[in-house]
Write a protein that binds this ligand. Structure first.
Ligand code: FAD
Length: 387
């Protein structure tokens, strides 16, 4: 019996019927709607906004939230599969969904009032309100405790001042979840587009995540009503709690990118005739392809177990760090190797490998760099904080 080249351990057989249906639906969307346009969108440095309505209709925004808020009530494994299938198309599309779902809808759901949930979540699930998440500041994203953005109480309102950098969806967003230092610790605020003193500026000249909007946010005494403060969390655990949700999804995404690259390299190396035989007939090439399959299989099993732990309420942040580190590393290594197997053809966006490789430079950096996640695992092992 032939094994599936991208699922050598039949991980799919470990999925429920619902999980398989979710994967198939998103896979179809990626094949039909994302892959045909994404090379051009990347070239043009354009986020394909025209896909947002369909992404929302498929229920991919806030998919794990309860239905009463517009969510789909899906489990974490299904959410992971959504990320995997979207990133098989492009990391930028997956980033859009991760940010909207895990970094914007999740904090409103987990830390907001009932009124705030009713006000924003259904419209966010419908793609009518787009969110962004402002944690990183220009002076150093790896050390968010050194936050300089401040929120000062002024009567019934708050005045926010500071700046945020590398913010996905920044210029698309109708609302920004902004984390700011207060006299009572770090707190989250929903800052709305158009509030005086609030501006977003798109970051240009990116060579990575070109089909995604990345921005700086500027806050100059922005008056935000108390009704827009997320009251149910204080301290860094607020934003870090969101990041754990998003990072979990990110462990799955790069599996999709790696599968897309392997698929391309496998097809190419079987057809490319060099020295009178297919490129794939060389031992040196088969070793590389086998290595890719080994890495993908390990990553699939890691993320699935992580998802099962999450659904059982037993997932620890260190486990997320290990999987984020492992899976981003495996995908970027595979993407670069696939790019090489394509030879000169691999340097243009006619093929996907270089686009994925470049995108993964961001994915391995954002939501905690590779080093940061290694240090988290090191701290777990030694009990010593080496940051
Ligand atoms: C495309 C993109 C989208 C993003 N989207 C968002 C978003 O939506 N919202 C948001 O808030 N942020 C976002 N980010 C920011 C991202 O999370 C940060 O870039 C990341 O956390 C790293 O921060 P930094 O860029 O300031 O690098 P730095 O923190 O300055 O790190 C620089 C280098 O130092 C290393 N380093 C740091 N500390 C140590 C240490 N103790 N020991 C050894 N090495 C160390 C790092 O690993 C890295 O190699 C995004 C970034 C990118 C590129």
């Amino acid at each position: 019996m032939a094994l599936h080249p991208y699922d050598l351990y039949d991980v799919r057989s470990l999925l429920s019927e619902e999980e398989r249906a979710v994967q198939d639906t998103v896979a179809r969307f990626t094949d039909e709607r994302v892959i045909p346009i994404i090379g051009d969108a990347f070239d043009e440095a354009r986020f394909p906004r025209e896909l947002v309505g369909e992404i929302a209709e498929l229920g991919l925004l806030g998919s794990t939230l309860p239905e009463q808020y517009g969510g789909g009530g899906l489990n974490s494994v299904s959410y992971g599969l959504i990320c995997q299938e979207l990133e098989r198309g492009d990391s930028g599309i997956r980033s859009f969904v991760s940010v909207q779902s895990s970094l914007c809808m999740y904090p409103i759901f987990a830390y907001g009032t009932e009124e705030q949930k009713q006000r924003w979540l259904p419209d966010m699930a419908a793609g009518k309100v787009i969110g962004c998440f402002g944690l990183t500041e220009p002076h150093g994203g790896s050390d968010p405790a050194n936050m300089k953005t401040v929120a000062k109480r002024d009567g019934d309102d708050w005045l926010l001042t500071g700046s945020k950098m590398w913010i996905t969806n920044g210029n698309l967003a109708d609302i920004a979840i902004v984390w700011a230092r207060t006299d009572d610790g770090i707190q989250g605020f929903v800052v709305e587009k158009g509030m005086p003193g609030f501006a977003a500026q798109e970051i240009k000249h990116k060579m990575s995540l070109r089909a995604s909007v990345t921005s700086s946010l500027f806050l100059d005494n922005v008056r935000v009503p108390e009704a827009n403060r997320l009251p149910n969390v204080k301290g860094l655990k607020g934003p870090l709690g969101c990041l754990t949700q998003a990072r979990y999804g990110i462990t799955w995404g790069p599996i999709g990118a790696a599968i897309a690259c392997l698929d391309e390299a496998l097809g190419y190396s079987k057809e490319r005739i060099l020295f009178d035989r297919p490129l794939a007939a060389n031992q040196a090439v088969q070793l590389r392809l086998a290595e890719m399959a080994r890495k993908i299989t390990s990553a699939q099993l890691l993320s699935l177990q992580l998802g099962r732990l999450k659904d059982a309420g037993k997932m620890a942040p260190t486990q997320v760090s290990l999987a984020k580190w492992n899976n981003c590393r495996m995908a970027i290594d595979i993407a670069r190797d696939c790019r090489d197997l394509l030879g000169g053809a691999g340097i243009t966006t006619e093929h996907a490998a270089i686009r994925h490789a470049l995108n993964l430079e961001s994915v391995i950096t954002y939501e905690g760099t590779e080093t940061v996640h290694q240090l988290v695992v090191g701290r777990e092992l030694t009990g010593i904080n080496a940051f």
